[in-house]
Design a protein. Structure first.
Lengths: 104, 373, 186
């Protein structure tokens, strides 16, 4: 497999920008969270690519970072989606443009 | 591994477990029948052996009905997404001495990852049918599967702890010596292994949606749950996927707790290792069929409460018991083994009784019978 | 070129699935395409010799996060999208422009740096035993903190999503709300 590091980094950049575009353009809060997960995944890919190609891969720094990042992203998705459900119960909508008042 | 050996493994696994699927369907129906004091199917062929052929012909020739408002693409690929990853599970199981398709460093993690990946197919099936009962059944099935994944994985943590590796071949090798010169050192013959095996079996039954945890597809409850709108070959594929999942998790149970391909006593170690794996596998499948014949179905909230309030704490306590077993291994006084067993049994037994009482809501009151006089 | 086929196919799959996840109208299709892109990424991790991370990615993202997203879509009735409503915000071109700027900002240094385009020389492995050892010695503090974080997230998620009972003043039993939710979901 002769793929230089740059290919993985470009894939990661593309994924990040796709997730970013979706997160700022879509109206539904759940899709915004999906975009956010895509961005986190792109960053994880970056870490693993640099671990594989970089100096001192035996220190396993990239792998460790990604393991923690996956755990944190899962926890964040859980809490974020719980918040979306709670907001839906109060406002009966999850369109982000309609959730704009800090009413109690 | 050369491509030829890889192809042989693939063909072998598909052939063996495909025919095991056919055999298990007829064996299950006949065993269930006998346990219910009736014959199973016995018309097609001697003792009904050819019943799977008849079932196959029926499934293949049935009309494939797709609801008009269904999501056609998802409805079509849901059985495929279910069945395809399940075949991958068999790649890491060691069927015999040096008979394993893929040696991964993290084989057990691969197994659980693939099992988790096939849950989305259940949702796809339920949602794409655009049917209230399908969706309800799919949600229940997914809730059950993700709830029981936790005790399934946690009950294997003790095995990984003791073997020191996630690789299934290493775990089998850790059970290879024979104690007292003749009895095998299976993980089943340790207190944490016994408890872990019990917990694993319960969680595995629930993961495969088998009775007593078959609420998502119980015929008397919710028509057929997420399978309602499937007929013909797609239904057969779902059926196949479910049974293959059962086989995979049974194979895993044999590998982790029953010593894999090792013989139970040293005197019988001359028999081929694949035979021992198959024998233990068949015994465990029989236990699953037996449980199906014996136990009534659990309701959804009972099921979820059982997972989260009983199994998960017990699996965590099992880890403590395994640690106690490991760190008391240096005891050499007279009766040390018995003391260790009692200690570990107490660590597991007291919470078991206490949690069981709390789930039941106290000890049961004496039943008051009233008769029509 | 043929030896690059595994990477190319996984990369194309991942990217197409991600674009589909962000553009499709039907929310459930979005969630399933996102799951497909997570799976494609797991395949790429496996090609990068990060076995443990690849399997963990499948287990966590495809097996849990995707299901979580799907459940949320169903519990917020996201599948009843009205036909004429736009899915994207009104400032489409501005948003795309900003995303293009971000993309160029990320890609520009990559194309300018020569060392990134060299072919790989070493072949590092990440055996599980080494990961475990490093996790327990060098990274034990983050490990314990993650345990705390996950516990907090678990409890927080349950409390936030729990259906409040209006009549009771005392706190109710920890939720079997999911099961009640499910039985009222349809």
């Amino acid at each position: 497999m002769n793929i230089p590091l740059a290919h993985y980094l470009i894939l990661s950049a593309l994924l990040f920008s796709v997730g970013f575009a979706g997160a700022i353009l879509r109206r539904n809060a759940v899709v915004v969270l999906i975009g956010m997960e895509l961005m986190l995944n792109a960053a994880n890919l970056n870490f693993i690519a640099f671990w594989r190609f970089g100096p001192h891969p035996e220190a396993l720094t990239g792998v460790m970072f990604v393991i923690f990042s996956i755990a944190i992203a899962a926890a964040e998705a859980a809490v974020g989606l719980a918040l979306v459900i709670a907001i839906y119960r109060h406002r009966h909508t999850v369109q982000v443009e309609q959730i704009d008042a800090l009413r109690g | 591994m050369s491509p030829l050996v890889a192809v042989l493994y693939i063909v072998g696994i598909m052939a063996v477990f495909g025919s095991a699927f056919a055999l298990t369907t007829i064996a299950e129906r006949k065993t269930l029948g006998r346990m219910q004091n009736r014959f199973g199917p016995n018309r097609v062929g001697p003792f009904g052996i050819l019943q799977p052929m008849a079932d196959a012909v029926k499934m293949l020739t049935k009309e494939d009905i797709v609801p008009s408002s269904a999501d056609k693409l998802l409805h079509f690929i849901a059985p495929l997404v279910l069945t395809t990853p399940v075949w991958l599970n068999f790649a890491v199981l060691p069927f015999g001495d040096h008979v394993v398709a893929a040696r991964f460093d993290a084989g057990l993690l691969f197994f659980f990852a693939i099992s988790a990946a096939s849950e989305l197919a259940v949702f796809m099936a339920g949602w794409s049918s655009q049917n209230k009962y399908s969706l309800l059944g799919a949600m229940r099935a997914i809730a059950q599967m993700i709830s029981y994944e936790v005790p399934l994985v946690l009950s294997t943590v003790t095995v990984v702890m003791m073997a020191g590796s996630l690789s299934l071949t290493d775990i089998v090798d850790a059970q290879s010596s024979y104690a007292f010169g003749w009895l095998a050192r299976w993980n089943l013959f340790t207190p944490w292994g016994l408890a872990g095996f019990g917990l694993f079996l319960i969680a595995a039954t629930a993961e495969s949606n088998r009775s007593p945890f078959d609420l998502p597809e119980g015929e008397s409850e919710i028509i057929a749950g997420y399978l309602t709108e499937y007929s013909g070959f797609k239904y057969a594929l779902f059926f196949l996927g479910e049974y293959l999942g059962l086989f995979a998790v049974t194979g895993l149970g044999v590998t982790l707790f029953l010593g894999g391909w090792h013989a139970p006593v040293k005197a019988l170690a001359w028999a081929p290792s694949i035979f021992w794996f198959a024998a233990k596998f068949a015994a465990l499948i029989f236990v699953f069929i037996w449980a199906r014949a014996t136990l009534p179905r659990l309701r959804l909230d009972q099921l979820l409460a059982f997972a989260w309030r009983f199994l998960v704490p017990l699996t965590l306590i099992n880890i403590a018991a395994a640690a106690a077993w490991h760190y008391s291994a240096w005891w050499g006084f007279q009766g040390a083994m018995a003391t260790r067993w009692v200690l570990c049994a107490a660590i597991i037994g007291f919470p078991y009784v206490w949690l069981g009482r709390s789930l039941r809501g106290g000890s049961p009151a004496l039943r008051k019978y009233t008769y029509a006089e | 070129m043929l030896s690059n086929l595994p990477f190319l196919s996984c990369a194309v799959l991942t990217l197409l699935a991600a674009i589909a996840a962000m553009t499709l109208r039907n929310l459930v299709h979005c969630a399933l395409c996102a799951a497909a892109s997570f799976a494609g990424l797991a395949a790429i991790y496996l090609q990068l010799n990060a076995e443990f991370v690849g399997f963990a990615q499948i287990l966590v993202y495809v097996g849990a996060v995707a299901i979580l997203i799907v459940f949320t879509i169903l519990l917020t009735h996201g599948s009843d999208v009205k036909a004429g409503e736009p899915v994207r915000s009104s400032s489409l071109w501005t948003g795309l422009g900003v995303a293009a700027v971000v993309l160029s900002a990320l890609v520009a240094p990559i194309t300018r740096s020569a060392s990134l385009w060299l072919l790989p020389s070493a072949n590092p492995q990440a055996p599980v035993a080494a990961i475990g050892r490093v996790l327990m010695t060098q990274y034990v503090l983050p490990l314990e903190t993650i345990g705390l974080l996950l516990t907090a997230a678990l409890l927080g998620g349950v409390v936030i999503a729990m259906r409040e009972k209006p009549a009771r003043k005392t706190p109710t039993k920890p939720s079997r709300a999911p099961s009640r939710e499910l039985s009222h979901a349809a």
